[in-house]
Design a protein around this ligand. Structure first.
Ligand SMILES: [Zn+2]
Ligand SMILES: [Zn+2]
Length: 46
C-alpha cells in the first residue's frame, strides 16, 4: 500500500492516510481521525 498517489475518494488531493477497513488511500478531507477510517467507512453502517 503506497500513500504516494491521489486520494481515492476525490482524486483531487494527495492521499495522506490509509484506511485500515477498506484499504483506500485518502486525503485529509476524506479521513475521519475520530474513528481512524476514511469518510466512506466512517459514514457506513459499520
Ligand atoms: Zn479526498
Ligand atoms: Zn475506508
Amino acid at each position: 500500500m503506497s500513500l504516494s498517489g491521489l486520494c481515492q475518494v476525490c482524486e483531487a488531493a494527495m492521499a495522506s492516510h490509509a484506511c485500515d477497513r477498506c484499504g483506500r488511500a485518502v486525503c485529509d478531507d476524506h479521513w475521519d481521525e475520530t474513528v481512524r477510517a476514511c469518510a466512506g467507512c466512517a459514514a457506513g453502517p459499520r
